[in-house]
Design a protein around this ligand. Sequence first.
Ligand SMILES: NC(=O)c1ccc[n+]([C@@H]2O[C@H](COP(=O)([O-])OP(=O)(O)OC[C@H]3O[C@@H](n4cnc5c(N)ncnc54)[C@H](O)[C@@H]3O)[C@@H](O)[C@H]2O)c1
Length: 394
Amino acid sequence: MTDQVVSTRIDWVREHCQLLRAISAEFRQTRPFDGLTIGTGIHLEAKTVALLLTLRDGGAGLVSTGNLNTTQPDAVEALRAEGITVIGGPTRDSGVHAGYLGEVLAAKPDLILDNGGDLFVRYLDRPYEGLLGGTEETTSGRMRLEPLRGQLKRPILVINDSPIKQFAENEHAVGQSALESFLRMTNRVTNGEQVTVFGYGACGRGVAANFRGACARVSVVDVNPVTRLQAHLDGFSTPPRDIAVANADVIITVTGARDVLTAADLPLLRDGVVLANAGHFPAEIDAAGLINADEVASQREYADDLLTLELVDGRRVHLLARGHMFNLAGPRPLGNSIASMDLGFALQARCLEAVATRSVDADPMASCVVPVPGHIDAAIANSYLDGKYPMAPR
Ligand SMILES: NC(=O)c1ccc[n+]([C@@H]2O[C@H](COP(=O)([O-])OP(=O)(O)OC[C@H]3O[C@@H](n4cnc5c(N)ncnc54)[C@H](O)[C@@H]3O)[C@@H](O)[C@H]2O)c1
């Protein structure tokens, strides 16, 4: 009879983060963060636990909080059990969340790991001595921080702009997890349904491809005509915006922009349409505007973050996760695949190491809000591929 060990989902995830496990083993010897505190504001879920424990293995003190509405209680519990300071818990209240971010900055971290620019932007309100720099995870954060380079003036490496993050996470993994989340949350069919994807950047390409793979008819709306042409040549229909909206059974926004879908679109929407946002901020679909519109007679809240707006003319509009990122919502949210996050978080660990050890460009402006250095991308790609072919060639 064999021993049976009961383990958690977080244990499963950590076991599968092969790159982070290898970096952890190395960091235990090299200790690049000894004496340094890292402040983090990133989705707290199972994969992030693996990242934060890797940084801890490198000697870092950590002060961590999540992003708005994506903090998972089991991740917080696991981190606290490991002695890591976690500020706050799950919240949809942006005021409460701002308080958590303020507490992270009050610890005056030497390095910041940011997601969406929340920490770096607030740092500028109350700057302190000693911030070395850090990393920013997303497109949305880069867009926010770029105009502030003149004030930030320290190395901030943008993980999103690594080609590895672009294709491994944004394209392949966001596409898969958007489809997985749609099926898990709604249990509705995709076959033969008309799905409209707003935004055909890296994430939108993956979302469109995955829904097409699930036998949906997919149309793409993008404000950039060159990108629309790309979608057309990739075989998607690219009708004018309002026609795409009016014909959709499902609309997914993934643009990084605000007010992509608003109450002004209500007259166009089909009965039974599902609206979902996979972009970082819950501002792509104006959920409050839709809910409070004159056309809405009543609302029906279901379990699992499903809200139906019943319009005065009898049409129903279903909103997933009230416009928050739906691939981190609903029952048992899994987020992006472990391997994609292992790649992205290995980039995080190596970039934070580079800033901590001052091995990025010495000119602070030359390394402020810039992509991951190419040698880090190459090293991570080699490590991942080496793991796939561990046998030496004969
Ligand atoms: N859900 C997740 O797990 C996840 C993961 C990574 C990134 N993101 C987020 O997804 C969003 C998109 O990221 P990306 O890397 O694809 O960005 P991107 O910049 O590569 O692409 C965005 C696309 O949207 C288009 N666009 C902008 N405004 C538009 C509008 N009003 N209507 C239609 N199209 C519009 C742009 O022209 C561009 O082609 C960002 O907010 C990013 O932070 C989410």
